[in-house]
Design a protein around this ligand. Structure first.
Ligand SMILES: Nc1ncnc2c1ncn2[C@@H]1O[C@H](COP(=O)(O)OP(=O)(O)OP(=O)(O)O)[C@@H](O)[C@H]1O
Length: 572
């Protein structure tokens, strides 16, 4: 998408405020020029000791114009900022919707610090588009035209000088700045993203970095990014200041021309000398604020870069709508899953992680997936959970092609415990993600079910659950899944950090309380799998055995061998 059509789409929705901002901007500009022009005339007129009523009329006009300017300026600021902030809000919402659709794929493409700067700073920088790029030239143009029209009644020559000044200020100088800007490779946004990324990684991995004594190396990397960012900012600010100074200088040049030409026209009797001060002051005020026009191309380029950075990481907007149109309704009580020769390759990976996976999971079945480390168990679980997608379309849920099923609707019926579960800074209650329909007693009961009865619901959980043990985190995650009460359970080594006896008790409770639910349970522990309906054994991305525990024992394959090893360890 063309970078600027992206922003125009959002801006057009604020057209009422935009038009009001332009209108009030023009009124404020004209009132400001009128105010100073009237003051110039008043000063000149006073020298000739005019009648008192003339002075009263003039001073009242000056006051009225001052008042109009103040009110119009306030309304201009108010409406222009309201338009800008509403536009930013719309862009943020749209961007978040699109990003949300791409998680977790997004993190293959982009690091979290970079994503954060795009969502926060790049979006925020788009406020310049209306406030500094689009509407100042329009306001200046109308103010110039009104002033030129007014001046033409006094002197057509001075009006022509103002026209020349207007063309150079609004078109000529910004064009030259734009040409120079194109040659400068400024990378403020990129450097800001590198700095944020390296800072976030330092915070995230601080403990490991410290223990492995890599702090100095990381710090010098951070210093490097910080210096590069500062250099870029300095270069850009210099460019902006230089362009603005040239624009201001040009404004003074026009003022000098008006003084010279005006004096000449007074001496030859073309203008009455009493108007000279008014015309000079009017020109001075007209060109006073034009310096902001010079930096317009710089902001425009920055906006284009920011929009490209936003577009770079997000899928077309239609993705979300596509998902909303997918099937959300199927027989949730009788849910079956079928995989037919499913393959999966991670983005950027040279090989297939899953190869020709074919299996069937009937409604209410309890399935365990076991196998060597790295054999693809979690990958298969994530595919069935719709956290990963394949283009092959050979997975079916209740005979519906999996990619036709709405992701949100799929997750709505699922209870999930993954290997890594995230915990937020807040209370245990908040981290249970329970809605208000649950009573205090029900929440306490769930904690008891996972043997976390010693926790108070209002106890504080630190960021990432840093004040909880590994086993406590897993049990809290199981409690969350219990409250969700899904009819399909996805469990990826949910008890790997919990002692065997406690883990067995918790898992038994889960199965007992959810007899009708389907379970897909990835585990390394074989104890307790005797009651499963089916065990799938994986190795190097393939299913090497599947069947009931009894069938696998009689096959005397991997499961049988593992069971024997486990038994011998217990005996020993
Ligand atoms: N995000 C990823 N990008 C690329 N490759 C990945 C990614 N996640 C996992 N893999 C690779 O896919 C393979 C299967 O990983 P997976 O996590 O599914 O194995 P697993 O059987 O669950 O292992 P474990 O028992 O150790 O948890 C591994 O070789 C792993 O390196």
């Amino acid at each position: 998408m063309n970078a600027l059509s992206f922003i125009k789409k959002y801006l057009i929705q604020e057209k009422k405020d935009m038009l009001l901002a332009i209108l009030f901007g023009v009124i404020a500009g004209i009132a400001s020029i009128g105010l100073f022009a009237a003051s110039g005339y008043l000063i000149a007129k006073s020298a000739f000791a005019p009648p008192l009523y003339a002075l009263v009329v003039l001073t009242s006009t000056v006051k009225l114009l001052g008042f109009t300017k103040a009110i119009a300026k306030y309304l201009e600021r108010y409406t222009s900022h309201r338009a800008t902030f509403s536009m930013l809000q719309r862009i943020r919402d749209a961007f978040f919707d699109r990003v949300e659709n791409m998680i977790p794929k997004l993190f293959y493409k982009i690091r979290s610090g970079d994503l954060l700067t795009r969502v926060v700073t790049d979006v925020e920088s788009l406020q310049d588009f209306f406030l500094r790029v689009l509407y100042p030239p329009i306001v200046f143009l109308f103010t110039f035209l009104a002033t030129i029209f007014f001046t033409s009644f006094y002197s057509i020559w001075i009006a022509l000088v103002l026209i020349f000044g207007m063309v150079i200020s609004i078109l000529g100088l910004p064009y030259l700045v734009y040409q120079k800007q194109k040659k400068i490779k400024d990378n403020v946004q990129k450097n800001r993203a590198s700095l944020a990324t390296s800072l976030i990684e330092l915070f995230e991995g601080f403990r490991d970095i410290k223990i492995f004594q890599l702090i100095e190396k990381r710090e010098s990397q951070l210093r490097f990014y910080s210096e590069e960012y500062e250099k870029e900012q300095e270069r850009q600010n210099n460019h902006i200041s230089m362009s603005q100074s040239i624009q201001t200088l040009f404004g003074f040049f026009i003022v000098w021309i008006v003084i010279g030409l005006g004096s000449y026209l007074v001496t030859i009797g073309e203008i009455d000398g009493i108007y000279l001060a008014m015309l000079v002051i009017l020109t001075l005020i007209l060109f006073e604020d034009t310096s902001s026009l010079a930096s317009l191309p710089i902001y425009l380029e920055n906006n284009k870069k920011a929009i490209n950075r936003l577009n770079e990481i997000t899928a077309p907007e239609t993705e979300k709508n596509k998902d909303q149109n997918r099937i959300s309704d199927w027989n949730k009580e009788e849910l079956s899953l079928k995989c037919e020769n499913v393959n999966y390759r991670y983005p950027n990976s040279s090989h297939r992680t899953l190869k020709n996976i074919s299996t069937e999971i009937k409604s209410g079945e309890k399935i365990a997936i076991i196998g060597t480390s790295g054999s693809g168990k979690s990958t298969l679980l994530q595919l069935l959970l719709k956290l990963l997608n394949t283009d092959e379309n050979t997975i079916y849920a209740s005979n519906i092609k999996f990619n036709k099923i709405n992701d949100e609707a799929w997750w709505e019926q699922a209870s999930v415990v993954l290997q890594d579960n995230h915990f937020f800074y807040g209370t245990i209650r908040e981290n249970l993600f329970a809605d208000d329909t649950f009573t205090e007693v029900e929440l306490q009961f769930v904690l008891k079910q996972v043997e976390l009865h010693y926790f108070n619901l209002d106890e504080l959980v630190h960021e990432r659950g840093d004040n909880l043990s590994g086993g406590e985190k897993q049990r809290l995650a199981i409690a969350r899944a219990m409250l969700k009460n899904g009819n399909i359970w996805f469990l990826d080594e949910p008890t790997s950090s919990i002692d065997q006896l406690t883990a067995n008790r918790i898992m038994q409770r889960l199965f007992d309380q959810n007899k009708a639910a389907t379970f897909i349970y990835v585990t390394h522990r074989l104890l307790g799998l005797e009651n499963m309906d089916k065990i799938i054994v994986m190795d190097k991305g393939e299913i090497i055995e599947q069947g009931t525990p009894g069938e696998l024992i009689s096959k005397r394959g991997y499961y049988f061998e593992m069971k024997n090893i486990e038994a011998s360890l217990i005996d020993a």
